[in-house]
Design a protein around this ligand. Sequence first.
Ligand SMILES: *Cc1c(COP(=O)(O)O)cnc(C)c1O
Length: 426
Amino acid sequence: MAYGFDTLQIHAGAVPDPATGARQTPIYQTTAYVFRDADHAAALFNLQEVGYIYSRLTNPTVAVLAERIATLEGGQGAVCCSSGHAAQLMALFPLMAPGRNIVASSRLYGGTITQFSQTIKRFGWSAKFVDFDDLDAVKAAIDDDTRAVFCESIANPGGYITDLDAISAISDAAGIPLIVDNTSATPYLCNPIEHGATLVVHSTTKYLTGNGTVMGGCVVDSGKFDWSASDKFPSLSEPEPAYHGLKFHETFGALAFTFHGIAIGLRDLGMTMNPQAAHYTLMGIETLSLRMERHVQNAEKIAGWLEGHDAVDYVTYAGLKSSPYYDRIERICPKGAGGLFTIALKGGYDACIKFVDNLEIFSHVANLGDTRSLVIHSASTTHRQLTAEQQEAAGAGPSVVRISIGIEDPKDLIADLEQALAKAGA
Ligand SMILES: *Cc1c(COP(=O)(O)O)cnc(C)c1O
């Protein structure tokens, strides 16, 4: 039976605890699991039987979370990891090799731009950043060494909506996977797999957990990509020496990427989610749809109010009719454009500093997707190291403030913004 989202966000992946009947998923605070006998242990280590060995690879609490997220995203399997950034590396690792590249949207979370433009170079990988609204440029950037296309569904920091259908048509034609970071949208607002994504990555730190308590990430596999169609993905299609020549795709089919993520990725890179973090995130996901509805309602009200304010130059929220992305909402994220956007203040850098310093309910933090409303002035913080040109290109110029709308009373949020804007203009 196909349950609705509101049912799945509470039940998917979970059954009453087989040992005790506990209704809530227990926190399995253990590093290891007793083997039935030596044959059982050998079968587990050979991947001939699926079971728990050691919590760097799998843990029952984390496994419930992985299955819940996979179900909500409409994927075949998922691997949870220690952070969103870990999830991005875990998604790329089976695909990449020295000399290979990815084609990535220029509109990404700031930390992802740094990870892709600097840190992955140490592995011999590289990224080409392209404006994903320029489809010809995306096509032109893909070459024989490209192993993935990467974008965000609702993109940081401005809340822009990516035309996933158009982008997946390009990656399909090139025979390479599309990886979509669905952190800002969540599976409640957007289902990237329905729009052709091969893999979906999450920072579960944000809306999925929802209250700013624990770090986490997840890679969901659609199970739809044919890893053996070309010789581009030998880690998945060719014999794996560390498992006696086992071929992941041939052996595990639609679960090849998930098994590789656990049996190679977590085993050797060790970016494991801990069961406490999985517990907090499972608690958060139970109310995901309720929170996202309120985030969207509040963001629509507040973005509309800000757009009419004299001190505000522009508001980037895609849910506003003035947004060039407004037309994509119905197709890509029909339940709304999320809770994240930027505003530019006419008073420039100085006004932004006074604005963020005078807000009382909104917190000035480097986070988003919390029940609390949050702001950050990127030019003086996360994007401080960039040149003026780079800041503008990233949508984080000196007059821009990023806003993550929480689920508080919107009247109170508007009053707070109003008094801070008044002080910023003084
Ligand atoms: C926060 C974030 C990340 C990184 O996740 P961490 O959990 O902080 O490592 C990646 N992508 C997006 C869109 C994010 O918001």
